[in-house]
Ligand binder design. Sequence first.
Ligand SMILES: [Zn+2]
Ligand SMILES: [Zn+2]
Length: 454
Amino acid sequence: MSYRSASIVRTVAVAASLTVPLSGIAHGQVNVHAHTSARSKPHPALSASAYHIYAGNTHAHTSYTWSHGDQYPKSDCKGVPVYAPDRNSPEVHSWTAEGGEARGNCPAMVIMGSSQYPGPYDDLRPDWKKYQGPPSEHFALAKENGYDFYAVTDHSQEARLQPASRTNPTWVNTKRQAAEATTPEFVALTGYEHSENDGPNGVGHLNVFNSDSYLNALDPGVDLPYFYKWLKTAKPNGSGPVVASFNHPGPKQYNNWDYRDPQITDIITMLEVINSNSHIHYEGFINALDKGWKVSPVSGNDNHGTSGISRQTSRTFLLATSRTKLALLDAMKNRRTYASLDENIQCRYSVNGAIMGSTLAGPDTFKFQIHISDPDTNQPKDKITRIDIVRDHGEVVQTYTPDTPDYNADWTPSITDSTSRYFFVRVWNAGGGDAPGADPANPVAWLAPVWTGR
Ligand SMILES: [Zn+2]
Ligand SMILES: [Zn+2]
């Protein structure tokens, strides 16, 4: 059964028997249903506590991203020359210096046709296996380090992933290794990073999760509009939907957030507010929301080696009904996510009884129920010091600062507003998180928006 038909079955089943306590997945569907059926009243609320919180990583590169990564020592090489049809005489190929490197420098990587390779002067570490490994090794280490889930997202322009095809052996191997690594305690997810670096029609990287096949962004004719069109037809790899995230967004990438329509809005449901453990992409997040994208924060470690698995402490958190591939992908699809620089902070909130990530039916009053806690009650740096509610254009609506910061913070403000399109919550703690350079002046967590339905 496809995900689409499964969700229709759930929606119909819930609509038919509203007195039965709603399961988490059903509740998410009810909200979507309520939103799409013209201002119908939201259904009775499922308490936010009905969801479990799972922590993991939504962005990682394994040895299948061979062109760059921890398997090579750092070097001064830079730029990515491309061997492609010559600009003036396309009937022959020539090397095009790209990436702005001066002639004569050693390139960081090279691209031949649509395939990406290591630079010719990249000296592979003799002990490279200590630094990088296949998906199975990443999954094993993630399990050991207490992740609930971990997605491998190798670059689809890598030489070994050509030609892009659902039967490509590297792709098939990735899926097999994920299936073998998944247990009741751990979910291994497959994805790929779609890296649009040269346009035309905009640049930007995206992760696609749980697709049956994939595209190479470097193949002729594959630009963002082509990719979005393909995403709408992409079949899932077994249970769960196909979902996608904007990765490490610049403020105006993706052609300034162009090419949005309702269908793609419900596939690209996430955005990396945190990338590489400590880089914050807040401006891109606000701009995407203001352009109408309905994206929820995630944290992509974007590690290019296995050492990042234990070293990096920022996490994507998913509010899901169970630790299964289906339930976690459903959480992503329904935007029940948050990103944090703290490894285990517990965050959840609802508005008018609807869980974070939901879309309401255009009310004027918004009753928030926010609950934040941190299990590390012997670490004063983890005490909750401030909570903000933010709306359109990044405007802060209300701020809560407890008189005496504690490891728990409950806040239940009510907001009257008849124009905003979204609200979201951000959280501070006393230490600014577990990542290097943690600064308590900056937020530690960014939570899924709630859309007002306007
Ligand atoms: Zn990237
Ligand atoms: Zn990446």
